[in-house]
Structure formats: C-alpha cells, structure tokens
Ligand binder design. Structure first.
Ligand SMILES: Cc1cc2nc3c(=O)[nH]c(=O)nc-3n(C[C@H](O)[C@H](O)[C@H](O)COP(=O)(O)OP(=O)(O)OC[C@H]3O[C@@H](n4cnc5c(N)ncnc54)[C@H](O)[C@@H]3O)c2cc1C
Length: 463
C-alpha cells in the first residue's frame, strides 16, 4: 500500500449528500478525504436529474414543433437527430461535473480518492492502494438499480444509466416500472419518436400521487403515443440473437400476452449501494425495511463513528433530501451538535413530464385517514391566464389545508412549471406554515403561480 492518510472527516460518495457534508467540514477548517469511485457530482449530475432534464427539454422542443400550428406557426419538416440530442445532454453533464472538479482542485483541504473504498474497522477505511485512519465517516454512497426476480430480465433489460448511453433511438422501447424514472423516460422517448410501452404492475402509475393528477398525466402520455399497460406482470424476459427483447406478460384478467421491443428499460426501483462497503466491519447494522444503514434521528449509524445520508438510506430518493441531510450529519459528526432533521414532512416530489407534477405533504385522502379536519380546493389551470396564453391549460392546483389553523397540509400541482410554482407553497410551509403568506404576497400577473394564490383564495371561503 502506498497511501497512509489521516483526516478529520471521510465522506463516501461524490454526490449531493457527500458534497454538502464535505462543505460543512471545510467551513470548519477540517481536513476531508472524499471517496468517489466514479464521476464527481454523483448520480444526479452524471446519470440522474441533469441528463434526464436535458432530454426532457429536447422532447419538449419536438412536441412544440409537432404542434406548432396551434400557435400559428407552420413548420414544413423536421427530424430528430438523436446523436445530437445525446451530445447536447453529455455536454451539459460535463459542464455540471466540471464545477465539482474545479472546486475540489481549488481546495487543498480536500483530497479526492477516485477509488472504491470499504471499512476494515469503525475508524479505518481502505482502498486498493491505501488506507485512512479517521474518527468520523459520512456514508453517502447512493443507490443502484434494483432488479426484480424475473427470469431473463437482467440479460434482456437495461437500467437507466445504460439507456442514457444509447447511440441510436430504439424503434420500440418497453419500460418495466411505473415510478418517476419510468414515467419521465416514457414521455421523453415517445416524443423523440420511439413507440413506447409502459408495463405497470399496479392499477396506477405513480401510485403514491393523487390519482386525479396522475390521470391528467396519463392522458398526456397517451397523446404522445405511450401505451400504458396497467395491472400487468412480467413473467419472463428473453433477448433474441438479433438483439430484440421478448416479454411474456400476465394481464389483470389472467391473459398471457407476448410483447416485443428493441430495448427494455427496467426501472422497477433502486436499492442502497452498500455491498462493497463492508459495513459489518465498522459495526454498522442495516435497516431491514430500507436495506440501507440503520440510523437514529441524528443520522448516526450503529457505529459511534459513522453517519449516513441521502439515497444510501433508501428513504426519500431526491437530490434535495441528500443536500439537506449532509449538513446535519456533518455538524453532528464534527461538532457533536445533536441536530435532528425536521424537514421530512415538507419534502417536495416532482415528475418532470408535460404537464409537470409537483407534490408535497398529504393528499386529501391521507389527511382524512389521519383524522384531520381538512379542507381541499382544486383550481383548474384552464382558469389561469398565463396557462391559456401558453397553450398549457391541462391540469390543476390542489391545496389541502387544516380548518381553523389554516395550516397547509399538502399540495398537488399538475401544470406547466409545477415544481417552480410549488416552491411558493414550500416557502409558506417553512414559514408560519399557513396560507397567510401566499394570500398576502402580491403575485406577478400573468404567471402560473397565480393559480396557487387563486386556489388558496377559494379555499379561504371554506375555512
Ligand atoms: C434517472 C434518474 C433521474 C433522477 N432525477 C431526479 C430529479 O429530477 N430530481 C431529484 O431530486 N432526484 C432525481 N434522481 C435521484 C437523485 O439522483 C438522487 O436522489 C441523488 O443523486 C442522491 O444523492 P446522494 O449523494 O445520496 O447519492 P449519489 O448521488 O448516488 O452519490 C453516491 C456516490 O457514491 C459513490 N460510491 C458508492 N459506493 C462507493 C464506494 N464504496 N467507494 C467510493 N465511492 C462510492 C457512487 O459512485 C456515487 O457517485 C434521479 C435519479 C435517477 C437514477
């Protein structure tokens, strides 16, 4: 072994959770060693949020051109240059990644070890050419795709990372899965010109989201040509010598159907990436429900020397959650701060489709189940001037508020730019938690977010 390092803090991962933890360490003058076996920036920057949103944009341009006559513009002909779409995406990823690379290069207080690391004791980490003695480690190792136990699926299918490496547009794409990743890719590829079939086990795609909102999105997906097969199990997958995929499916009524595709994305979930870490050597136990490290409310694992954040916990798989957890873990590790993250009931979720879906907190049915005296209001986007002007009238804003206290319990937005519009609600929730600030603030006209204010106004009458 060549390197024998000593540091104040080790962070395992180069993604969002590791990064914000590392920054807290550096702001307190601590020496940090960061382990990232792949590219800095982690999943989000390299194979997650950023490349997919670059593709969403290309798909949106196609949709605008296809429907240009709606806006009084006749386009005489166009074609999708898939390699150029992918090259644009790769360029955006490279630029985003370079911010991380430059920040590391500019800070002599951080050493990046571009290797796979594992524990050999609670205070010792090793990699193929070195070791580190360290009292505080933050595990931010992210997730990897989870493959369902279906015969042939690993040979026939590809994960989202491989899908982002395609060099030609598949003619027919099968997507097994019904979550955010599956849904976003379905619309992207359908708009780029692929015949997409989404195979969903359950009766609904995006099963945790307000079914009325999902119905709006499903209508849009169908308009884009996506075939959605609800209640359908994949029984077996095969890959032919010619490279195409054959699936044996079982429909809700027990019928067996065969489906063919040129590629199959398997997007059936993700699981904490911990296999290589040898957590047992550090005395770190696993949470049986998430399969990630077991942590207490302060994000400390069962080792007094290790904390865990972000996707590695297998809980809420969002960059913004990892971003927020990192500083808590770092302050608890380095400053003995005993901070408890208090934002979990205010974590937004988003599906970057058209229309966009953005949610926070409780759905009306969940509020009812909890015995809360909740009032719900739904404001259709067809009544919003900006949405009409943009030709984006599909969808609605739905607010759930507690009677009496005016406390915001939840929101579902399905509309153009929903994730941005939701931010107004998130700020109100992080403030006094009521609809007061939304009602008081002057909203620019015409904007999509006026629909949030209008929805709150209509709801006020019932409170
Ligand atoms: C296709 C896709 C689209 C997504 N879109 C969105 C979105 O729009 N919005 C959103 O909020 N979230 C999105 N996500 C989720 C988001 O990417 C993750 O929530 C986020 O990246 C989690 O950050 P993290 O720091 O916990 O882990 P990661 O970013 O996954 O970082 C973990 C890093 O640890 C490294 N690592 C693991 N083990 C070791 C080891 N033993 N040694 C060294 N290095 C190791 C890995 O190489 C990895 O880079 C998407 C994910 C995918 C897959």
């Amino acid at each position: 072994m060549s390197d024998e390092l000593v540091a104040d803090l080790a962070v395992i991962g180069g993604g969002a959770g590791a990064w914000t933890a590392m920054r807290v360490g550096r702001s307190h003058g601590k020496r940090v060693v960061l382990f990232e076996q792949g590219h800095l920036g982690g999943t989000c920057v390299n194979v997650g949020c950023i490349p997919t949103k670059a593709l969403v944009r290309s798909a949106e341009v196609v949709e605008t051109i296809r429907n240009s006559t709606r806006y009084g513009v006749a386009v005489s002909g166009f074609r999708v240059d898939f390699p150029a779409v992918m090259a644009r995406m790769a360029g955006i990823v490279q630029t985003s990644r370079s911010f991380y690379e430059r920040a590391i290069a500019a800070d002599p207080g951080v050493i990046w070890i571009p290797k796979t690391v594992h524990f050999t004791s609670p205070t010792r980490l090793e990699w193929e050419t070195g070791s580190l003695q360290v009292d505080h480690t933050i595990i931010a190792s992210g997730t990897e795709p989870w493959w369902p136990p279906i015969p042939g699926i690993r040979e026939a299918g590809i994960d989202s990372t491989s899908l982002l490496e395609l060099d030609s547009l598949p003619e027919r794409l099968i997507i097994a899965g019904a979550g955010v990743i599956a849904t976003e890719f379905a619309q992207i590829f359908a708009r780029l010109g692929t015949k997409v079939t989404l195979v969903a086990r359950g009766l609904h795609i995006l099963s945790n989201i307000d079914h009325d909102a999902v119905a709006v999105l499903e209508r849009s997906l169908r308009r884009d040509g996506v075939r959605i097969m609800h209640g359908t199990k994949v029984r077996e997958a095969r890959k032919s010598n010619e490279g195409w995929v054959e699936l044996e499916l079982e429909r809700m009524d027990g019928q067996i159907e065969t489906l063919h595709g040129d590629a199959m994305l398997v997007a059936t979930g993700r699981t904490p990436k911990i296999a290589a870490l040898d957590l047992a050597a550090a005395g770190i136990e696993l949470d049986p429900t998430t399969a990630g490290p077991l942590v207490d409310r302060e994000l400390r694992t069962t080792s007094p020397h290790a904390w865990a954040v972000g996707d590695a916990l297998g809980r809420q798989l969002y960059t913004h959650v990892a971003n927020h957890e990192g500083p808590y873990a770092a302050k608890n590790a380095l400053l003995d701060a005993h901070l408890i993250p208090d934002f979990y009931d205010q974590v937004p979720g988003a599906v970057f489709c058209d229309p966009e879906l953005a949610v926070v907190g409780l759905r009306p049915d969940e509020a009812k189940e909890r015995g809360l005296d909740a009032v719900t209001s739904t404001y259709p986007m067809s009544r919003n001037g900006k949405a009409r002007a943009m030709g984006k009238e599909d969808g609605f804003v739905r607010l759930v508020v507690e009677r009496g206290t005016r406390r915001i319990l939840g929101a579902t937005l399905i509309c153009h730019d929903a994730a941005n519009a939701l931010q107004e609600i998130l700020v109100a929730m992080a403030g006094d938690g009521t609809i007061g600030a939304i009602r008081k603030s002057v909203h620019t006209h015409p904007t999509i977010v006026e629909a949030v204010n209008a929805c709150a106004r209509e709801l006020e009458a019932q409170l």
